[in-house]
Design a protein around this ligand. Structure first.
Ligand code: SF4
Length: 729
């Protein structure tokens, strides 16, 4: 008998394994790779694969260390321009997404009533057939809600949905639609610029959480380091303006705790002083436009409404306009009101006033990657999502498809978005996890985790780059790449959609897009070589960035007042909900490392809490760690109190990300989701949910909570509390 050494070892391995696990014949196929490793694998030697992080929408480049076929560690890719070798905690914790025990392992079909949570496994053939037959049953009736996937997947989704006369909505719950709308109006450009923080000498930030969760956190974290310490003899100054001392505010030279919703007015006051004192760099003829804007309200009125003293406004104006490279940015709390777009336009106006557009240390629009065939994925507003209720109600739409989106968790119940699920004749989810929205699906066709799949990601803004992702490990479960599913459905439907999407699998489609692109970028180099180079490097980007000029658009006519829901007497507090560093809007809650990450201010882990100024707590007789009820006109939640002098006394703040009713063992039933308190108010111009527009009251429960603080030594007590000195605002 001619038995090769490798075949012999396989037989030996299976025999040995079989003798250890009698009766497990069905497992033989699974055991082989571990008993007889791939010939490429050298025990004890690590392989590194470049890819793109998909744990948020910044698209950082990563290098994954793989040993014996298992991904061990994720690092930042030093060559990638977005993150230059650095990585945030969420990126590090992506391995806990890959190896998460609660991943959906195979196609599932609903059993019992919708939302009951009972599913049974089905075959892929059965699953795809059911999905395709539903698509055919409701021609033109499909809606897909997807996270933004700028790249080849976006092109695939767009083509597919267009060909079936469906509707594709890219949904980003982070609230950055307000900034996009403001920039569109101020600069006439529908993309984010590079905020050149690294080269600024004075940074005036209106609520922007750029050190935790704004646009591209690693990128701007690096830029901040350069602004403060990267230039000999120049240390940029930084002022943060917001009602709560966030992690970003805690790093500032000065924190200005103004009244919520008045950020735009304060920007107006600062601009007014700058214009009056003559430190402006305006183009000829522009002055009258600014005079009109800044003449709408007096400085004393602004001081009274914002609760920022007049002297402080003058000081900010002088510091800002006298700086060599001043930069104003806005986001976070400043954009979370009903006047968010208006407010951010007033912040943009400050930059126009000091003439930093296109300058080093200012706002710079960089030329995007030219000729890349993959599509962008511009998110729609929350309001566009809410409008779906009517489409489903009047039966214009019947089939709902979800890709890595969980609107039932991220949108407040007061919006009644659940009606879409109630009215949908059929819901398909392509999620890897049983989140709240997926739990309501009729059919689940689970995607590979991003570290198991091919993909690319088009970064925009200040660092145009096309990141390239490849499978770094063999898929662990009986899942399939979502791109393959859509291509296979196109084939089954046939006709024009098959002609438009002729590829057999997503990898082939991806390679084809890159072939066209690389032929243009590196003419003369054979594709096979260029492709391998790009795979090893992790994508394509240009060493040099070219600026594009933008036209100056109208200034805001005036600053509208923010609207709040809830009578001031009944609900005396403003409410601020902030993203916790790791959990984001709840996406990170099923990663234990991120649950374990202490909140920088309170050190709380694995739960929710209510931040109250100690003075307010004293007024209400509330003890620290006592459970309080936070009540809005729309709902109530209970959580333990942490005294936080960094809150204005009229402010209650709570972290987002907890309170899941599904989403696996690490997330489910932990803490509360404060989104249920929110009114269904949106920013008037962008339609983005106004997260800061709801007023609340608090009630004592008399019960004592046990928040987990990392520096606790016993039952909810901090280390040496008697040795501590505290100041109160
Ligand atoms: S910022 Fe963090 S989570 Fe987002 S892409 Fe970069 S490493 Fe990943």
């Amino acid at each position: 008998m001619d038995l090769k050494r490798r075949d012999f070892l396989k037989v030996l391995g299976v025999t040995a394994a079989g003798s250890l696990l009698p009766g497990c014949a069905g497992e033989t196929k699974k055991l082989i790779p571990y008993v007889i490793p791939d010939e490429e694998i050298i025990p004890g030697v690590a392989d590194w694969y470049a890819s793109v992080c998909r744990e948020c929408d910044a698209g950082c480049g990563i290098l994954v260390r793989v040993m014996e076929g298992r991904a061990k560690k994720v690092e930042g890719n030093p060559a990638h321009p977005v993150n230059r070798g650095k990585l945030c905690a969420k990126g590090q914790a992506s391995l806990q997404g890959l190896y998460n025990p609660d991943r959906i392992q195979e196609p599932l079909q609903r059993e019992g009533a919708r939302g009951e949570g009972r599913f049974r496994p089905i075959s892929w053939e059965d699953g795809i057939s059911r999905w395709v037959s539903t698509l055919e049953k409701y021609p033109g009736g499909a809606v897909m809600i997807s996270r933004p996937v700028p790249g080849t997947l976006s092109r695939l989704f767009s083509t597919f949905m267009k060909e079936i006369s469906g509707r594709l909505l890219f949904y980003d719950p982070s609230g950055e639609g307000t900034l996009q709308a403001a920039n569109r109006r101020s600069f006439g450009v529908d993309r984010f610029p590079e905020y050149d923080i690294a080269n600024a000498t004075y940074l005036l930030s209106f609520g922007t959480p750029f050190l935790s969760d704004w646009l591209s956190p690693v990128h701007y974290g690096l830029a901040y380091g350069e602004m403060r310490q990267g230039r000999p003899a120049v240390r940029g100054r930084f002022v943060q303006i917001e009602p709560r001392l966030s992690m970003t505010a805690a790093s500032a030279d000065r924190w200005v705790p103004l009244r919520p919703g008045t950020e735009g007015l304060l920007a107006l006051g600062i601009g007014q002083v700058i214009l009056k004192e003559g430190r402006v760099r305006l183009a000829q003829g522009d002055r009258s436009r600014f005079e009109k804007l800044y003449g709408t309200v007096s400085l004393d009125q602004i001081a009274a409404k914002t609760e920022v003293p007049r002297e402080e406004i003058i000081r900010l104006a002088r510091e800002f306009s006298e700086a060599a490279a001043p930069l104003a940015i806005g986001g976070g709390t400043a954009s979370s009101q009903t006047n968010g777009t208006n407010t951010l336009m007033a912040v943009n106006a400050l930059n126009l006033l000091v003439g930093n557009l296109g300058e080093s240390g200012g706002i710079r629009f960089i030329e995007p990657l030219q000729g890349f065939p993959a599509a962008a994925a511009t998110p729609v507003s929350d309001q566009a999502l809410l409008n779906l209720k009517d489409s489903f109600k009047n039966k214009k739409r019947s089939l709902l498809m979800l890709y890595q989106s969980n609107p039932l968790y991220t949108l407040p119940p007061s919006t009644h978005f659940g009606e879409v699920f109630d009215q949908a004749a059929f819901t398909v989810s392509f999620s890897s996890f049983m989140d709240e929205s997926t739990a309501m699906a009729d059919l689940i066709l689970p995607d590979h985790f991003f570290l198991e799949a091919w993909g690319d990601f088009l970064s925009d803004g200040g660092t145009p780059a096309a990141g390239l992702g490849q499978p770094v490990v063999i898929p662990r479960n009986n899942t399939r790449p979502v791109g393959d599913l859509f291509l296979s459905a196109a084939k089954r439907i046939g006709g024009n959609i098959e002609k438009q999407l002729p590829w057999t699998d997503f990898r082939t489609m991806l390679e084809d897009q890159w072939k066209t692109f690389l032929a243009r970028e590196v003419p003369g180099q054979p594709f096979e070589i260029a492709w391998i180079e790009r795979l090893q490097q992790g994508g394509w980007w240009k060493p040099e960035q070219r600026l594009i000029s933008v036209s100056r658009r109208p200034l805001p006519e005036s600053i509208e007042s923010a609207q709040f829901e809830g009578d001031e007497k009944q609900f005396p507090f403003y409410l601020t909900l902030f993203e916790s560093m790791g959990l984001q809007r709840g996406e990170g809650a099923n990663r234990p490392w991120l649950q374990e990450l202490p909140d920088p201010a309170t050190t709380v882990v694995w739960g929710s809490w209510v931040e109250i100024n100690p003075r307010t707590a004293r007024q209400y007789g509330i003890q620290e760690r006592e459970i309080v009820r936070v009540i809005s006109p729309y709902g109530e939640v209970e959580a333990p109190v942490i005294f936080f002098p960094g809150n204005r006394p009229d402010l209650i703040s709570m972290p987002l990300g907890q309170g899941h009713t599904a989403y696996g063992r690490y997330a489910k039933g932990r803490g509360v989701n404060p989104v249920i308190l929110l009114a269904p108010l949106v920013d008037r111009d962008s339609g983005t949910l106004a997260m800061g527009a709801t007023r609340v009251r608090i009630e004592r429960t008399g019960r004592r909570g046990k928040p987990v603080l990392v520096d606790q030594t016993g039952e909810g007590t901090r280390r040496s509390p008697e040795g501590r000195r505290r100041s109160e605002t």
